[in-house]
Write a protein that binds this ligand. Structure first.
Ligand SMILES: *Cc1c(COP(=O)(O)O)cnc(C)c1O
Length: 408
């Protein structure tokens, strides 16, 4: 039998059935109108933000990376909990505007911003994290045409990476940001053009579970920001230190210990060089805020045997949960935390594979893992589904369409 990933804390059985915020999944599915369904827990998101606030220095702002989950009710909830939003497209600008988030709270990173996206963001007063000299030129020209003072920060492609991270976004040749040695010249140009220079954006990677790696990357980010500021001869109003806080998805992975990260940052903040004394620092986190607060529920429609192996076939699949199927940036397929939600506290009785309804061998939600015996009608829960699920999966594939989503 292959192991399953660890089920995140905060989920329990009520009368044998998985409950989310105390409500059994059968009721949630009824309320939502059926499966497949993403359920997000507001209480778990609140608890996660509170834990971060408790562990991190007060001076550190928390931003939400909308890319992780742009579901409107989640954006609305987080607008009451965090200090800023990071978007990565004109589409995401539309999402934050729809829920009434103040554009002054929003920054816009991402390569390949079109003129139309720059114009909408600059007109709204969003901070642009410039990804290149070309983009800076276009942003300045658009602002001049609109007769507004643009808020511009420079995204730095750091000269280091986040060790052990699932997705490296710094160190070496990258399509993101400006190589560090080219940053001072661009900042001088932005200042000379009369723009409102907002500082630096330094994002080194994602999905790290080793506090030492995050501490090292943050220390290197602070050193880099200080070095750039001193070379430019201007103090950055803001510095986005990136994020990279990971969550355990796979067997053997452990939750990130926040305490040493907060302690190390507090120590650095207490001894900042003069260039950074007045700088406002923030983290931008996606999956860490919402990933473990989401569960994907899909109903078993068939149970079959092939060459002695049990297959539980569901009404969902990789078109909603590409990451759980192992097809979103993983090299070796491993099992996510998956359970039979309608037999949540029953013992393991058999080895089974849980597959989706798509006609492709890629569509596998759990591979040869141990489960209680499940039948058609039972509901499967895929955990860690709150980030990079619904919006990061090919919902149109095979004409299936999107899953339902609710925030409880
Ligand atoms: C993807 C991304 C994030 C969010 O990453 P998580 O791993 O979900 O925290 C934050 N900032 C930038 C620039 C990103 O590209």
């Amino acid at each position: 039998m292959k192991p399953l990933g660890p089920i995140p804390p905060g989920y329990e059985a009520v009368d044998g059935v998985l409950a989310i915020d105390g409500v059994p999944v059968a009721r949630l599915i009824d309320e939502a109108g059926g499966t497949p369904l993403f359920v997000y827990s507001a209480n778990l998101i609140r608890a996660r933000v509170a834990a971060l606030r408790h562990a991190m220095p007060e001076r550190l702002g928390l931003h939400y990376a909308v890319k992780a989950n742009p579901f409107g009710p989640i954006l609305h909830l987080l607008s009451q909990l965090v200090d800023g939003f990071d978007i990565a497209s004109g589409g995401e600008l539309g999402f934050v505007q729809e829920v009434g988030i103040d554009p002054a709270w929003v920054s816009f990173a991402g390569p390949g911003k079109r003129d139309s996206e720059l114009e909408a963001a600059i007109a709204a007063g969003v901070t642009i994290n410039l990804e290149s000299e070309n983009e800076a030129g276009r942003a300045l020209a658009i602002a001049e045409r609109l007769a507004v003072t643009p808020r511009l920060a420079v995204r730095v492609n750091p000269d280091f990476d986040l060790k052990g991270s699932g997705m490296k976004m710094g160190g070496g040749a990258k399509p993101f940001g400006l190589d560090a040695e080219r940053v001072p010249a661009l900042v001088r140009q932005v200042l000379a053009a009369g723009a409102d220079w907002q500082g630096f954006h330094i994002f080194a990677g994602s999905q790290a579970l080793d506090p030492a790696a995050i501490i090292a990357a943050q220390a290197q980010s602070l050193d880099l920001a200080a070095r750039l500021a001193s070379e430019i001869g201007a103090r950055p109003p803001r510095c986005n230190l990136g994020g990279g806080f990971g969550i355990p998805y796979f067997p053997g992975e452990q939750a990130l210990d926040l305490a040493p990260i907060g302690a190390a940052l507090a120590e650095r903040f207490a001894a900042l060089p003069a260039e950074l004394e007045g700088t406002a620092f923030c983290l931008e986190l996606g999956r860490y805020l919402v990933g473990e607060a989401g569960v994907y529920l899909t109903r078993i429609v068939d149970r079959k045997l092939s060459h002695g192996e049990v297959f539980l076939v569901t009404d969902g699949g990789l078109h909603h949960q590409l990451a759980a199927s192992g097809n979103f940036g993983t090299v070796v397929r491993r099992n996510y935390p998956v359970a039979i939600a309608t037999r949540f506290d029953a013992p393991v009785e058999e080895e089974a594979s849980i597959v989706g309804c798509l006609c492709t061998p890629l569509d596998r939600l759990a591979d040869k893992a141990g489960f209680p015996r499940a039948e058609p009608g039972d509901v499967v829960a895929v955990f860690c589904a709150g980030a990079y699920g619904a919006s990061a999966s090919p919902a149109a594939f095979l004409g299936q369409g999107p899953a339902r989503e609710i925030l409880v």
